[in-house]
Design a protein around this ligand. Structure first.
Ligand code: ASP
Ligand code: MG
Length: 417
C-alpha cells in the first residue's frame, strides 16, 4: 500500500464528464488499496474569468478580496469531485485551504505556504478509508483568518506541499502532457519523454521555459524530497495498472535514483527575453548596486548578468536580460538612475532568445559548452552573451535563430529519439 497525492489541472476538470474521468483515476488507486489525497485546480479558463471580473469591478482592487474571488474556482471543483466520487461508492470529503488549514504568508495573490497540518487527513485515511479532495491554489493567513492564493499555477505547489505534509510516497501530477520532454516537441519533433529527471535539472528546465509545473512547486519538492510523477490525465483510467512500476510519465526525483545519467538532460529556451547593455559604466564600487537595486525594487527579474573587466580601470560595459514584458519599464528606470550610475548610453534588443542546455552530468564533464559554441558557429549563429552555472549554460542569441539552435543542440547532445 502506498500513500499518494494525485493532482489534476484545469483541463482535466474542465467539465463534469472530465471530472468523472478524474474520479475513475482516483477509484483505480483506491481499489488498489492506496491512501489518496487529490488536489484539484479550477476548471480551465475559470481563474482567468475570475481575475477579469475583479479587474472589471475595479482596476485597483483589494488583494484580500481578489483572493476571496479567485479561490472560488477550486472550491467548486473540489466539491464536484467529492460528489462524483461519493456517487461511485467511494468515501470522499472536500477540503478548502482554510479547513485543513494550509497556513500561508500574508502576501495575497502570491502567498507562500508556511505550514500544513496533515494529521486529520491521515487520520481519516486510516479510520474511514476516506479520500481527501483538496482545493488547490488556496490557503489561509492565520494572523488575519483571510483566504490567500498562491499565485497562478499554484495548485502544483499545493499538491507538493500536501504530499510533504502527509508524507506521501509520491505526488502524481496529472496534466495535458504525458511527461517532461528533452525539449519542446513542437519545435523538435524528435524530442523524447524523459523517464527520470533530477530535482535540480527540473528546476532549471521550469525556470528557463518548460512550463510543465509552477517553479515554486519544484523548489518545494526539492527541499522536501517529494518524488513527483508527471503523467497524462487523458489516458484511459482503466488501462493503467496501478501496481505497475512504469506507467508513461516522468519521475522528478533525487539524482541518486537516476542510474543512467546523461551529460545533458534537456534544452530549454525562452523567447520572452530582452537584452539591455549599459555602455561605459564607471568602474567603481557601488555601481552594480545602483543599477540592479532600482530594478529589484520594481520587481524586475534580472538574469544573465555579464560584466567585463575594464581595460583602463575607468569604465566597462554591463549586459543583462530582463523579461521582454518588463523591457520598457527597465529602460525607463535605468534612464532615471543615469545620474547616480554614471554611464554613456543604453543599448537594447527585444528580439533575442535564451537557449539553455541543462544536465547534472556537466558537473563532472569538461568541454560540454565548447561543443555548443562550435556547433552554433557552423550554422552561422552569433552568440550575444553566455552565462553558466554548475549544471547549465545559457546562450543569448537572435530570436529568429532560436529554433534552429534548439534543434542543433538537441541532436548534438544525443537527445534525438
Ligand atoms: N487555478 C489556478 C490558476 O489558473 C491555479 C492552478 O491552476 O494551478 O492559476
Ligand atoms: Mg497548471
Amino acid at each position: 500500500m502506498s500513500r499518494l497525492v494525485m493532482k489534476f489541472g484545469g483541463t482535466s476538470v474542465a467539465n463534469i464528464e472530465r471530472i468523472r474521468n478524474v474520479a475513475r483515476h482516483v477509484k483505480r488507486e483506491v481499489d488498489a488499496g492506496h491512501e489518496v489525497a487529490v488536489v484539484v485546480s479550477a476548471m480551465s479558463g475559470k481563474t482567468n474569468e475570475l481575475v477579469a471580473w475583479c479587474t472589471e469591478a475595479s482596476p485597483m482592487h483589494d488583494a484580500r478580496e481578489y483572493d476571496a474571488v479567485v479561490a472560488s474556482g477550486e472550491q467548486v471543483t473540489s466539491g464536484l469531485l467529492a460528489i462524483v466520487l461519493q456517487s461511485m461508492g467511494i468515501q470522499a470529503r472536500s477540503w478548502q485551504g482554510w479547513q485543513i488549514p494550509i497556513k500561508t504568508s500574508d502576501a495575497h495573490a502570491s502567498a507562500r505556504i508556511e505550514d500544513i497540518d496533515g494529521s486529520e487527513i491521515i487520520k481519516r485515511f486510516q479510520d474511514r478509508k476516506e479520500v481527501a479532495v483538496i482545493a488547490g491554489f488556496q490557503g489561509i493567513d492565520p494572523r488575519t483568518n483571510r483566504i490567500t492564493t498562491l499565485g497562478r499555477g499554484g495548485s502544483d505547489t499545493s499538491a507538493v506541499a500536501i504530499a510533504a505534509a502527509v508524507k506521501a510516497d509520491r505526488c502524481d501530477i496529472y496534466t495535458d502532457v504525458d511527461g517532461v520532454y528533452t525539449t519542446d516537441p513542437r519545435i523538435v519533433p524528435r524530442a523524447r519523454r524523459l523517464e527520470k529527471i533530477a530535482f535540480e535539472e527540473m528546476l532549471e528546465m521550469a525556470s528557463l521555459g518548460a512550463k510543465v509545473m509552477q517553479v515554486r512547486s519544484i523548489e518545494l519538492a526539492m527541499v522536501h524530497r517529494v518524488r513527483v510523477f508527471v503523467r497524462s490525465s487523458f489516458d484511459k483510467p482503466e488501462d493503467i495498472d496501478p501496481m505497475s512500476n512504469h506507467p508513461p510519465g516522468t519521475l522528478i526525483c533525487d539524482e541518486e535514483e537516476i542510474v543512467e545519467q546523461q551529460v545533458v538532460t534537456g534544452i530549454a529556451y525562452s523567447k520572452d527575453e530582452a537584452q539591455i547593455s549599459i555602455r561605459r559604466v564607471q568602474d567603481k564600487p557601488g555601481v552594480a548596486a545602483a543599477i540592479f537595486g532600482p530594478l529589484a525594487e520594481s520587481n524586475i527579474n534580472v538574469d544573465m548578468i555579464v560584466q567585463n573587466v575594464s581595460e583602463d580601470g575607468l569604465t566597462t560595459d554591463i549586459t543583462f536580460t530582463v523579461p521582454a514584458a518588463d523591457y520598457q519599464r527597465a529602460c525607463d528606470i535605468l534612464e532615471k538612475a543615469r545620474p547616480a550610475v554614471g554611464y554613456d548610453k543604453l543599448d537594447g534588443a527585444n528580439d533575442v532568445a535564451k537557449v539553455s542546455v541543462i544536465g547534472i552530468g556537466m558537473r563532472s564533464h569538461a568541454g560540454v559548452a565548447a561543443k555548443a559554441f562550435r556547433a552554433l558557429a557552423d550554422r552561422g549563429i552569433n552568440i550575444r552573451a553566455i552565462s553558466t552555472s554548475e549544471i547549465k549554460f545559457s546562450l543569448l542569441i537572435d530570436a529568429d535563430a532560436a529554433e534552429l539552435a534548439v534543434r542543433r543542440l538537441h541532436s548534438l547532445y544525443g537527445l534525438d529519439k
